[in-house]
Design a protein around this ligand. Structure first.
Ligand SMILES: Nc1ncnc2c1ncn2[C@@H]1O[C@H](COP(=O)(O)OP(=O)(O)O)[C@@H](O)[C@H]1O
Ligand SMILES: [Mg+2]
Length: 251
């Protein structure tokens, strides 16, 4: 039984088919890299999975529950966590408070009290190397630090599935290597499935993703083990004349 089962989801914006009849399955604990050129529909697919808006067509089953018509907060309670392309922390709240909010609105639901949420926040602050910033207002952090807070907040939600939008955008190679190592570690320690949207297909490998899903013009172009995807002529064609680096400009 897969963790997530997506059947034929479609989402249109006016005449534009942003996500076109996509089906996919994610197994417990697996790591999937989601790649594709700018405008391919990756963020829209995430929005459908975590319930930012409903799919026009199709069905989404998470751990045996049909969540197709569930709002985002109910999917979060069930264990679908999400980080956003552009982190928007509560700027005047501290790093610790921002992360604790994840604990209070995540899979623990209303059962978690503030003290426990703060303790969870402290754990992920430690894990993410954010200790020097713990009591600072999140608004004053660098973009990379905000990204780390965003990830810590999502982890504090105790997800079974973590969707990471533009997981490593804007990071230098050293930060990317650190992030890859970190994702490998949480995959082991938390046992969660991760769908990481990554900008560089080569970075998706780095021993991180077992599978690669390539989107192109709203559709699923390729869904196969990383090794095969890297030498797949269809994948190479999508990137020909448009290196994935161009995605950096995408806001
Ligand atoms: N809220 C929206 N309203 C209208 N069009 C949208 C919206 N979100 C995304 N789109 C369009 O859907 C397509 C896919 O966008 P997106 O999912 O953001 O792609 P990606 O994340 O792969 O770059 C693009 O053409 C984009 O302009
Ligand atoms: Mg996007």
């Amino acid at each position: 039984m897969p963790l997530l089962k997506v059947r034929n989801v479609t989402k249109c914006f006016g005449g534009l088919v942003a996500v076109n009849n996509i089906s996919l399955e994610i197994r417990h604990g697996e790591t999937l890299a989601l790649v594709g050129p700018n405008g391919a529909g990756k963020t829209t697919l995430f929005n459908l999975l975590n319930g930012v808006f409903p799919a026009d067509e199709g069905q989404i089953i998470f751990e045996d529950v049909d969540v197709t018509h569930f709002p985002a907060y109910r999917r979060a309670h069930l264990g679908i966590g999400r980080t956003f392309q552009i982190p928007r922390p509560f700027n005047s709240a501290t790093v610790r408070e921002n992360i604790a909010i994840g604990g209070m609105f995540g899979a623990a639901g209303s059962e978690i009290d503030v003290d426990r949420a703060m303790a969870m926040a402290d754990h992920y602050i430690e894990v993410m190397g954010l200790s020097p910033h713990r009591d600072k207002p999140a608004g004053g952090l660098t973009p990379i630090e905000k990204k780390l807070v965003e990830i810590a907040r999502a982890l504090a939600m105790k997800p079974r599935l973590l969707l990471m939008d533009e997981a490593m955008a804007g990071m230098n190679p050293k930060d990317i290597d650190k992030m890859v190592a970190f994702l490998k570690e949480i995959r082991e320690t938390e046992g969660i499935a991760i769908v990481a949207m990554v900008e560089h297909i080569m970075r998706a490998v780095s021993g991180l993703a077992e599978r690669v899903l390539v989107m192109h013009q709203g559709a699923k172009l390729v869904d196969e083990p990383t090794r095969e995807a890297l030498s797949d002529p269809r994948v190479i064609e999508v990137y020909l004349g448009k290196p994935p680096e161009a995605d950096h400009a995408h806001g």
